[in-house]
Design a protein around this ligand. Structure first.
Ligand SMILES: Cc1cc2nc3c(=O)[nH]c(=O)nc-3n(C[C@H](O)[C@H](O)[C@H](O)COP(=O)(O)OP(=O)(O)OC[C@H]3O[C@@H](n4cnc5c(N)ncnc54)[C@H](O)[C@@H]3O)c2cc1C
Length: 224
């Protein structure tokens, strides 16, 4: 059984804003499970790169995928070091002074070394779970990746071992004298929401529309 909290390491010790730090595994996993974007940072010689991609989690592993032969997969897949950021923006924090403007957020940083998934059935299962993250019903309905598609795809796992979480919530924190300023202050909550579905013009007739607003990536709990 993994520990309920991640151990704090030299790399993951939150120095700035330590009151917002957490190493809680469940909280980190909630954030990862809600996120549809992560940024994978890696260095080639002395040049850093950051590449956005789609993250999903299975147990204590974070997965990403990419085209075989792609730069980022090639750099991180076989034990390459990466630092992955996953951030959910929750609100704009509007203070009375320019200086104290901020944002409410939940963010996770993962340090790890990529492990390429070679086993074809494991790869197929993981890609199925990627679609499941969006909507389990969709994963059951779509055509699964075939052998050729699987061969063209790299799936890379990162063990969730060295992880930090930072969360800001609540109103602005202004300087004492600024509370007397006649400037509106507070929080403007923001969230990712589903827009209206835009049907593919080539869709066959009579195919039912999914209820995208109910998907868990938009905050709705879902049966896995
Ligand atoms: C959307 C967004 C906007 C932000 N805007 C600003 C801004 O404008 N100015 C600003 O100063 N800060 C901002 N932050 C906070 C920022 O992410 C850093 O936490 C902060 O700048 C301190 O950086 P540092 O390198 O000094 O952190 P340190 O405390 O030195 O970092 C040490 C370790 O703490 C962990 N850590 C640091 N930050 C985070 C994090 N956000 N989430 C998870 N783990 C973390 C990492 O493991 C890192 O290696 C923002 C955060 C988010 C999510």
């Amino acid at each position: 059984m993994p520990q309920k909290t991640f151990p704090m390491t030299e790399k993951t010790r939150i120095k700035r804003g330590a009151n917002r730090a957490s190493y809680d595994r469940d909280l980190a996993y909630q954030i990862i499970d809600e996120a549809m974007v992560c940024h994978v940072g890696f260095a080639v010689k002395d040049q850093p790169y950051v590449i956005p991609t789609f993250p999903w989690r299975v147990g204590d592993f974070l997965y990403i995928h990419g085209a075989k032969g792609g730069h980022m997969p090639g750099q991180v897949a076989d034990g390459g070091k990466a630092c992955i950021d996953i951030t959910l923006l929750d609100g704009l924090v509007l203070a009375r002074s320019a200086f104290h403007h901020s944002v409410n957020y939940r963010s996770v940083i993962v340090f790890g070394e990529g492990q390429r998934v070679d086993h074809v059935e494991e790869k197929a299962d993981l890609l199925d779970r990627m679609i499941t993250k969006i909507d389990p019903a969709r994963a059951r309905a779509v055509r699964a990746a075939n052998k050729k598609e699987l061969a063209r795809t790299s799936v890379i796992g990162f063990g969730l071992k060295e992880v930090s979480v930072k969360v800001r919530s609540g109103p602005p924190v202004d300087d004492e004298e600024d509370y007397a300023l006649p400037v509106w202050a507070g929080v403007l909550p923001v969230s990712l929401t589903a827009g209206g579905l835009q049907t593919d013009p080539q869709l066959m007739a009579d195919v039912p529309m999914p209820d995208a607003a109910a998907w868990s990536v938009f905050g709705a709990p879902q049966q896995r």
